[in-house]
Design a binder for this molecule. Structure first.
Ligand SMILES: [Zn+2]
Length: 235
């Protein structure tokens, strides 16, 4: 899950906080900050991108219009997460934690808690609970008409990333590297690309810079852009 920076409340030309009279009005500013991607499954969405309340508005009506309570999500993540009240401290969040550090991605588009958390069972449990909350561990099923296509799209992204890496071996030019970033940003699933290009620091840097609002402080530029703990976060 890509760690993102939502940034401070958007302001108008006079420096005053823009008042959102409906939460949907925040969609544009959110897209400008963190791009047209689901904050949880990382799918790129040209449409149907919902303003997601981290703390559901049903249980937290006072935060219905709070900028700090907004992310973007697809309909599948949004509906899986649902309206159940959540204790923020029981889960990991892409706007406050290094959620890439906490989750791992594998061939087939499978998502699980990262082995990095093996020494910290409590944190590992939170990573698992985060996956369950958003439904990122839904089992692949052979159902061409399934409406929840997140795992299928993630698997495809994995395969394309692997092919791209192979192409790069045969034709390693700055143009090819830029083209791969264009493919990645058009498709989404940043974490998949970051995983496949784990041993290529230059590509990792390009991926961090290419997806708007990625928290670059979550990665160590002196160590191949390996994920590091996020300041102020649980991981
Ligand atoms: Zn999603």
């Amino acid at each position: 899950m890509r760690p993102v920076i939502r940034g401070n409340h958007p302001t108008d030309g006079q420096g005053n906080d823009i008042v959102f009279n409906h939460y949907s009005k925040s969609r544009g500013p959110l897209i400008g900050r963190i791009g047209e991607y689901c904050s949880y499954c990382e799918m790129h969405l040209d449409s149907s991108l919902a303003v997601e309340h981290v703390k559901p508005k049903k249980h937290n009506p006072e935060e219905e219009l709070h900028w700090d309570n907004f992310l973007l999500s697809c309909t599948n993540c949004n509906s899986t997460k649902g309206q159940e009240d959540v204790d923020l401290n029981e889960y990991l969040w892409p706007d406050t934690d290094n959620t890439f550090y906490a989750l791992q991605y594998e061939e087939g588009g499978l998502v699980s808690p990262s082995d990095r958390l093996n020494g910290n069972p409590a944190l590992k449990q939170k990573a698992q609970d985060t996956i369950t909350l958003t439904g990122l561990d839904k089992q692949p099923v052979n159902a061409p008409a399934a409406s929840d296509r997140r795992w299928i799209n993630r698997r495809e992204a994995w395969d394309i990333a692997v092919e791209s890496k192979s192409d790069l071996v045969n034709n390693d030019t700055p143009e090819m590297r830029r083209q791969i970033i264009r493919s990645a940003t058009a498709r989404g699933y940043w974490s998949i690309w970051m995983t496949v290009f784990e041993d290529d620091a230059d590509m990792r840097r390009r991926l961090i810079e290419g997806f708007p609002g990625t928290c670059n402080a979550c990665f160590d530029a002196n160590n191949g852009y390996a994920p590091v703990s996020r300041e102020g976060g649980q991981c």
